[in-house]
Design a binder for this molecule. Structure first.
Ligand code: NOJ
Length: 566
């Protein structure tokens, strides 16, 4: 592994700092809490640790609204705590990735505050401020969190925000703004960071002239994507960003890059790409939200083949040019089992099956905190405890469209991002060992914390946690899982994800993964000979000759005897 690719054979873990471990007993997770738990992560086999934002922020969007790029929010601790975390993590060969949020900042950032106070000042040009003659918004773009993407200031100007109105977009057309951002990035890399996960980076270029578009809904507005995502010219910004910052360090960069067309993947993550790797979201949701959650199809009712083909296409296209980052959960989604499996079939075994499904794909696997415990969605009794801005918006839209609060809260239970943001359950004590007993945690602890928690699972050979440790160890022990070629197989079977990973160097093994999404026991004819069954999600596997019998929602990892999978 040459130096530039030092990150490729590592397993990554995402911490949502507010909910990982509350060391100071104020009900919110903090940096000291993460440092305390590094040995847990080490034991799991983690080598890259992505922290969702810990910068100073009013927390309108969980810290993705930054008011000071060089400061730690007191909620999470101090810069000394951050330095300590870096030191302790590096000691354990765990490299920290911070979240880099540079498409927008907070409206409480001093730049924006000055721009508000002093029209015409330098800082005003760091943002998209506009005046209109008719007093209407400059265009009809819809923000990704709902409503117009323009907010009016008290003195009658408008500013652009693709996300919440407290997240004004930064104007990357301004070279002085760009230089400030690069300087800030170098400040963090100089501290010995492993790199960054880079937020919403595909939005930094807007279509010149900021034109309106034909509306696609009764609100008269239009989705902002065609005007503010992967717009031609973005490559100039991204090349400059790389040259001014990342290229000067041995760091890894993981882009949140939704909607990059296949033919542009090479520009993003090819040999001389803007980033080391990226998340592809094309297959992360099997359904589309449309106007709101109430227009989604239920799990099990979506088009399985289409979803599967999208996953395969993503793997195949990515391997032509580079190396991806694979995941099924993060802080922006409900738990994966909720997305992919009907409620009646949920079980810890199915959690393991979903683990196998993505863990052996080609790319760095990212585990989102609690996934390794088999956590399910939280169960919120009402909208009151919900913090997430996008959940609150979807809930409001559902009520506006005539749903009752009871109906709308069912949607929250299924789709809300807060489902996966509740405190991490460390043990069965009050507050799940996240906060001391008696403390009110910022989001309620998960109702299952007494059974689904790290302490209970650590010594249970059948637990999801133990299974994840096995998956990690196996993935690290075989070079095929890093560089081996991906190929889909057995496409004629419905409700089956199946692929091979074939070693590229002499002596490397070939593996096959099969994951059944059927709720019935089924037989599959294998087009190759099996040397051994290396992993099985549950209940053992029956293999007679080349006929494999899979139980409902069962996944297996097979080592093949033939050098070539047919
Ligand atoms: C993507 C982040 O993952 C999400 O949590 C956030 O709301 C948006 N970008 C805006 O920063």
């Amino acid at each position: 592994m040459n130096n530039r690719n030092w990150w490729k054979d590592r397993i990554a873990y995402q911490v949502y700092p507010r909910s990982f471990r509350d060391a100071n007993g104020d009900g919110t997770g903090d940096l000291k809490g993460i440092t305390e738990k590094l040995d847990y992560l080490k034991e799991l086999g983690i080598g890259l640790l992505w922290l969702s934002p810990v910068y100073k922020s009013p927390m309108d969007d969980g810290g993705y609204d930054i008011a000071d790029y060089r400061g730690i929010d007191p909620l999470f601790g101090s810069m000394e705590d951050m330095d300590e975390l870096l030191r302790e993590a590096n000691k354990r060969d765990i490299r920290i990735l911070m979240d880099l949020v540079i498409n927008h900042c907070s409206d409480e950032h001093p730049w924006f505050q000055k721009a508000l106070r002093e029209p015409g000042c330098e800082e005003e040009s760091y943002f998209y401020f506009r005046r209109t003659e008719d007093g209407q918004p400059p265009n009809n773009w819809r923000s990704m969190f709902g409503g117009s993407a323009w907010e009016k200031t008290p003195d009658g100007r408008y500013y652009l925000h693709l996300f919440s109105k407290k997240q004004p977009d930064l104007n990357w057309e301004n070279p002085r703004l760009r230089e400030q951002l690069y300087d800030m990035i170098r400040f963090w890399l100089d501290k010995g960071l492993g790199g960054f996960r880079i937020d919403a980076i595909v939005h930094i270029k807007k279509l010149p002239g900021l034109p309106s578009g034909p509306s696609n809904a009764p609100d008269g507005m239009v989705d902002c994507f065609p005007y503010a995502r992967n717009i031609p010219g973005i490559g100039d910004f991204l090349t400059e960003l790389r040259e001014q910052t990342f290229d000067r360090y041995q760091c890894v960069t993981v882009a949140e890059a939704a909607g990059v067309p296949n033919e542009q993947l090479g520009e993003y993550i090819g040999e001389n790409g803007y980033f080391s790797t990226m998340f592809d979201f094309s297959y992360s949701e099997p359904y589309s939200y449309g106007r709101g959650w109430h227009t989604c199809k239920n799990p099990g009712e979506w088009d399985f083949r289409r979803w599967r083909d999208t996953l395969y296409a993503s793997q195949l296209e990515t391997q032509k040019v580079g190396y991806g980052a694979v995941f099924t959960e993060n802080h922006d989604y409900p738990r994966a089992i909720q997305k992919f499996v009907p409620e009646k079939d949920h079980s810890p075994e199915v959690q393991k099956a979903l683990g196998i499904l993505y863990f052996y794909l080609r790319g760095v696997p990212f585990i989102y905190q609690g996934q390794e415990l088999g956590m399910t969605n939280a169960r919120f009794p009402s909208i009151d405890p919900i913090d997430d801005i996008s959940t609150r918006n979807h809930y409001r839209v559902a009520l506006e469209d005539g749903l009752s609060p009871e109906e709308a809260i069912k949607l929250v239970a299924r789709y809300s991002r807060d489902n996966a943001r509740v405190p991490f359950p460390w043990d069965a004590s009050e507050n799940g060992g996240f906060s001391p007993a008696g403390v009110k945690t910022w989001l309620p602890v998960h109702p299952d914390y007494q059974t689904v928690n790290a302490a209970a699972e650590e010594h249970d050979p059948e637990s999801v946690l133990t299974f994840y440790k096995q998956m990690v160890a196996l993935r690290k022990s075989e070079p095929t899982f890093v560089d081996g070629a991906f190929a889909p197989i057995l496409r004629r079977y419905d409700k089956l994800i199946a692929y091979t990973r074939k070693g590229t160097s002499p002596g490397e093994k070939t593996f096959a993964v099969l994951c059944s999404f059927s709720d019935k026991t089924r037989k599959v004819e294998l087009p190759f000979d099996v040397k051994s069954i290396r992993l099985c999600s549950h209940g053992g596997v029956k293999l007679s000759g080349n006929t494999l019998t899979l139980k409902p929602y069962q996944s297996v990892l097979l080592e093949l005897s033939a050098p070539e999978a047919k």
